[in-house]
Design a protein around this ligand. Structure first.
Ligand code: AVI
Length: 322
């Protein structure tokens, strides 16, 4: 059998080729986060319409002691493992409180991006000189497998920021099943979900008045221009966001406002666009509690607790393996 490290990962070029050759066309939002994309995402998180970050921050800042109680068992050491480093702002609230309680834990940050990891560790080292920090760069599951073989401490895995929303339904289920396989029975998983609410509130979060979300999407075309030698003219594409209240799915598209042919040099290919043809860019799934319960159950977990913000816009849900 081929080991997982030997399985060829798709490159950016492979994925762009597949997406632009499909009908309908699509691009993967996992490529949004180059330097400029990461900067734009920081801007999005500060937008008045983008309630998600504030809601999760409220949960972490007002229910820190309840979260601590739910995570810890008398004097037991544990590893607090965060998937996707982000800016660490929310996690720093937990770390600060946990250290003040004298908890015996290690903070482990896992991310694909070396830069995100070094940025976060520098911050945390300065902020929390007494904290034991470890980083694992690369694919989450591989990192967790390596980690499992190196440590038998209890693991509390954080997957915050509604990042799970950017996976489709079956992708989310696969993700949790794979996570479950890396966990022991007493480990815990803490996940941030954006909840279904007034569709207008959701739609505004993905169609902000300052057009930062539009630039965030268009930036992926700039990235393709820069890294793969394409000739997308960003002026001819418009960002379009939709929310489907039955599916609970917010979707973003870039629409070609006229018929055109795009050339991507490093693929040695051209791609024809009809007038008003969309490229599907991103899904941001919004959950009901029933959907969360179903997802937990079908991937080998049960829900032990929910934490909500005051508007019930968002939940951090604590899962334990069944
Ligand atoms: C990272 N992720 C959870 C964000 C979201 O809400 O889906 C990405 C984003 N896309 C547009 N605005 C923010």
């Amino acid at each position: 059998m081929q080991s997982s490290s030997a399985i060829k990962q798709n490159t950016f070029a492979d994925d762009v080729l597949r997406g632009l050759s499909s009908a309908p066309k699509f691009l993967s939002s996992k490529y949004f986060y180059d330097d400029e994309g990461s900067r734009l995402f920081q801007e999005i998180m500060k937008l008045p319409e983008y309630y998600l970050t504030r809601a999760e921050f409220e949960i972490f800042s007002t229910q820190t002691s309840e979260i601590f109680e739910a995570f810890t068992r008398a004097n037991e050491t544990f590893d607090l493992i965060e998937l996707g480093a982000g800016d660490g702002l929310k996690t720093s609230l937990l770390v600060d409180y946990f250290l003040k309680q004298g908890a015996d834990f290690r903070y482990v940050s896992m991310d694909i991006s070396e830069e995100a990891l070094s940025c976060l560790t520098e911050n945390f080292k300065a902020q929390f000189p007494g904290l034991s920090i470890q980083t694992e760069q690369g694919d989450y599951f591989r990192s967790l497998e390596i980690f499992k073989s190196k440590s038998d401490r209890r693991k509390i895995i954080l997957f915050l920021g509604s990042n799970i929303g950017n996976f489709g339904k079956s992708q989310a289920q696969d993700f949790f099943r794979q996570l479950r396989a890396t966990m022991n029975d007493t480990d815990l998983l803490f996940i941030g979900f954006d909840l279904q609410k007034d569709p207008r509130v959701i739609l505004r979060a993905y169609d902000d008045a300052q057009n930062v979300t539009a630039q965030f999407n268009l930036n992926l075309l700039s990235r393709i221009n820069r890294e793969l030698g394409a000739n997308f003219n960003l002026e001819i594409f418009s960002h379009y966001a939709s929310y489907h209240p039955i599916e609970g799915a917010a979707r973003s598209f870039l629409i070609s406002r006229k018929a055109q042919t795009i050339c991507v040099e490093s693929l040695n290919k051209t791609f024809d666009f009809a007038a008003w043809e969309p490229i599907f860019m991103e899904i941001s799934q919004k959950y009901s509690l029933a959907m969360i319960e179903d997802l937990a159950q079908t991937s080998g977990f049960e829900i032990s607790q929910y934490f909500f913000d005051s508007q019930k816009f968002y939940t951090d849900s604590l899962w334990k393996p069944t």
